[in-house]
Structure formats: C-alpha cells, structure tokens
Design a protein around this ligand. Structure first.
Ligand code: GAL
Length: 411
C-alpha cells in the first residue's frame, strides 16, 4: 500500500465521515520556491487522498505578503479554510478575537501534547488550554549553507567561525566566487543579523535583550554585533538588492557563491537540485563553536467557517499534517525538522540528522524572536537592520540608538 494511502485509511477511520457534501479547503501559504512547492505538494496530495474534500492552493509569494492577505481576508469576512503563519505572535489577534476553529477536541483525541516536541513548539498553538493551530515543522535560522566546490576552488577549508570566514573571504573573492550570498529583502538581512547576534551574545544575553527588553544590556552589547555584521557587506555582491532568498540560495547551489546564512528551508532547494549534503554542499550549524537551533517553523490555523462540511474537512487537514508518515515526507522535502520524534527518519539526510541531534539538548534551543516580538516590532527591526546594511553612512551608534528605541517602545 502506498504511504499516503495508509494515511488516508487511518485518517478516515479515525475521524469517520459525517460530511453532507465534499468540501474545498482553500489554503493560503507563501511556499513558492522549488523546495517549498515540493513540500506543500505533499500536504495537498495527502489531503486529497483522504477522500472527496479538496486542497485548494492559494500561494502568495513572500511571508509578509501572504500573512497580510490572510489577515485582510479573515477580518474582511472572506476567510480561507486554512492559512500558514510562523509560530508566535503573528496571529494573536485572531486568537483573542475568537476567529479560529478550536482544534482542542481533535488534539486531545490524538494526544498532540504527548508527541509534539519540544514544548516551545506546542506553546505556539496551545494557548490558555486551547489548540488554535497545528505546528507542522521546526525551522531553524541558525545555519550557513556552503558550496564545497567554491571553497575548494579558493583553496580554503570550510569556516570554523564567522571570523574565520571573514579571514578566508578575500581568497574566495580572488577565486571569482561571491563569498557571502545574501538577498536584499529586509527579513533576510535581519535574519542573518539575528544569527550573528546569537553567535556573539549567546542565548542568555540574547533573551534578556529580545524578550526582557534589557535596554542597558542592548546598549552595551549591540554595537559589536552591528560592527561585525557590517564586515560581511564587502563580501556580498551587487546583485543582492531585492533578490529573493531562493535565488540567493541558488548561487550557492550552483557554486557561484561560497556561503549563505539562511534558515534550513534552504535545504529544500539543495534537495530539488539533487545536491548531496557533505559532498556538494555543507550545512554548518551555527555558531560553529557551539551549534544551536532556533524554534522557528510553520503552523497552520483554520478560520471559523459556517459550513459544517468545511469544518470537518479542516479537522481532517489538521490531523493529516501531524500524521507521522506525512511528517516524514513533508519535512524531508521542506528541509525542516518534524514536530514529533516518532517519525521514520530513514529518509533524513545528514543536515536534518545534525539538527535533530542538536535539538535534543534544551540548552541548544534558541527561542525564535517571533515568540517575543510583535509583528510591528519585528517589522521595525527588519527595516532598521536593512537600512544599516544598505546605507554605509549610517553609524553603528545611530543603529544601536534606534535599536534600543525599538525595544523601548515594543508592545
Ligand atoms: C519562513 C517559513 C519557511 C520558509 C521561509 C521562506 O518564514 O517558516 O517555511 O518557507 O519563510 O519562505
């Protein structure tokens, strides 16, 4: 029996079917790259295999665009059946506004609290005793993706730290390779900045600044981070402005660039390109000296619907997304880690295995900043760091002053 047929049999048996008619569930997401499409196709195929209900795909490029469209649709009374968000505060108004299907009965029936790990992943959806969304993966920002042929071409070894990379970067440049690949979108720039911040401050001071808003600590520590971040700019390329993340990853895939700091969704791009971890590319868990994983990722929420058939289909979709077989197929395509550890990981490549090893120790887990910062605050930080990256005339002191002010006014 094919894998997804097994899922179909299980899910139908589990949930039964009392629907009066088949239902279409419109799903809004922002997975438009090669790897992302390969992954979301697993969900769509698995859902359609459950029976008559159908996954209606609405892909909107760019997380900020997709989330804005979703919120507009829901608040405008034209809600989709399901929508992707990042775990954290992005959908807090939808929870407080009572606009979401309560998944608690399903979650309790299936025991989500028992198998979804680590706890910080469940906490993104289990709010005040109710399950308002379903976590589908764990994505960590704390990775660098390196082209092994590019480093070989320059005659240098893979970097053992950020400073080591900066020391080797001139040799990469001389060899005709773009040393540091980065795309000019603000979330990409602030994402890479955050990884360097984690490496330089450590998890404890990072939490004091981002979660506890310790302004004095920010004033004393963030100047070094901005200074170090600017050292990377000389090794990026002119084409980075407005380049999307996956076209930037493709520079590493095709050995035109040496290294990109990017979340492990990048792994999906190497996967669809048929590249092999450890041979064609290296995944460097960051900081190299003491690898961590951040608990980012994706959740799906299900806006309340008036049609009982759609609601039943929504529940089937949520159940399908946490099914072990689906988790293995989806996460291997996506480049993320599954939300449960009872998943057949024989398909996992060396990078996922590396991430799964790191996440076992709670001391290695960097809570994603999106748990602590509102959408608005995140947007302000994205804009500040992107401006600092683009504008060489902006001083470190001015950047730190604005950074501290954003923290001070954060809700
Ligand atoms: C992240 C999301 C990932 C990935 C990335 C780039 O926010 O969690 O699934 O797709 O955006 O689009």
């Amino acid at each position: 029996m094919k894998k997804f047929a097994v899922v179909a049999a299980m899910a139908t048996a589990l949930l039964g079917s009392t629907a009066v008619h088949a239902a279409d569930v419109e799903v809004i997401h922002w997975w438009t790259s090669g790897g992302e499409q390969a992954a979301v196709s697993v969900f769509a195929r698995e859902f359609d295999a459950l029976g008559e209900d159908k996954w209606v795909d609405t892909a909107i490029a760019g997380g900020e665009n997709a989330r804005a469209a979703t919120l507009q649709r829901i608040l405008g009374g034209d809600a989709p059946g399901a929508a992707q968000f990042n775990p954290g505060r992005q959908y807090e108004e939808l929870i407080s506004g009572g606009m979401l299907l309560d998944l608690t009965p399903l979650a309790e029936k299936e025991g989500w609290a028992d198998f979804i790990r680590p706890a910080s992943i469940s906490e993104a959806c289990l709010v005040d005793g109710h399950w308002w969304c379903v976590p589908v993966n764990i994505h960590s920002w704390n990775w660098a993706w390196a082209s092994m042929p590019a480093f070989e071409k320059a005659g240098v070894e893979l970097p053992t730290s950020f400073d080591d990379f900066l020391t080797k970067a001139p040799k990469l440049k001389e060899a005709g390779v773009i040393p540091f690949a980065i795309g000019g979108e603000s979330w990409q720039i602030n994402g890479a900045f955050g990884v360097i911040q984690t490496a330089m401050l450590g998890l404890a001071d990072r939490e004091k600044i981002l979660k506890d808003k310790d302004l004095e600590l920010a004033k004393s520590k963030m100047a070094d981070v901005f200074t170090k971040f600017r050292e990377f700019k000389q090794f990026s390329d002119e084409g980075s402005a407005n380049r999307n993340w996956n076209d930037t990853t493709n520079l590493v895939v095709t050995d035109q660039a040496a290294m990109q700091i990017m979340g492990d969704w990048a792994r999906g791009e190497f996967g669809v390109a048929g590249e092999v971890a450890g041979t064609d590319y290296a995944c460097l868990a960051l900081p190299v000296e003491h690898p961590t994983v951040s608990t980012g990722g994706d959740i799906f929420l299900f806006p309340k619907q008036s049609d009982p058939a759609v609601e039943e289909a929504q529940l089937k979709m949520a159940s399908m997304m946490v099914n072990p077989q689906v988790q293995a197929l989806f996460n291997n395509a996506k480049g993320s880690m599954p939300i449960r550890d009872d998943v057949d990981m024989s398909l996992a490549d060396d990078c996922m295995k590396k991430g799964l090893e790191i996440i076992k120790d709670p001391a290695n887990i960097a809570v994603d900043a999106g748990r602590w910062l509102s959408n608005d605050t995140t947007g302000q930080m994205n804009d500040l760091v992107a401006q600092f990256w683009a504008d060489d005339s902006m001083t470190v002191d001015a950047a730190v002053e604005q950074y501290v002010n954003i923290l001070q006014t954060a809700e």
